[in-house]
Unconditional design. Structure first.
Length: 118
């Protein structure tokens, strides 16, 4: 089974962003092929140094969740126009993240991925 976790928040809603990564980590840890798609303000999480600025009380630090997700085999896609709007380049990305357009998301969904959006 394939899981797609779509995240459109970061600094603007740390609770939502953090919970989304908790779910993504749980999915990949349970053996699911898991992809996170960062769009809108969520694109900031894909930039090195930004997740370290987001720490929601009661949760592991976001930077730890992101790193753990990638280390466990999760894939991070950062929305192409969202990254461009924010001046985020491939060189800026956290390890394991790539910039990808909507076609990548559509391909995952067309292949049967179950999607959850935050």
């Amino acid at each position: 089974m394939s899981i797609l976790v779509s995240i459109a928040s970061s600094h603007d809603n740390p609770d939502r962003c953090t919970v989304a990564f908790v779910v993504a980590v749980a999915a990949v840890a349970s053996g699911q092929d898991t992809t996170v798609f960062l769009s809108a303000d969520g694109a900031w999480v894909g930039k090195q140094g930004e997740a370290e600025k987001i720490n929601e009380e009661g949760f592991a630090p976001l930077a730890e969740l992101v790193a753990g997700f990638v280390e466990a085999g999760g894939q991070i896609l950062v929305c192409t126009p969202c990254a461009k709007k924010r001046g985020i380049t491939e060189e800026d990305l956290v390890p394991g993240a790539i910039i990808a357009g909507g076609a990548a998301v559509v391909a995952l969904l067309a292949a049967g991925a179950t999607s959850i959006s935050y």
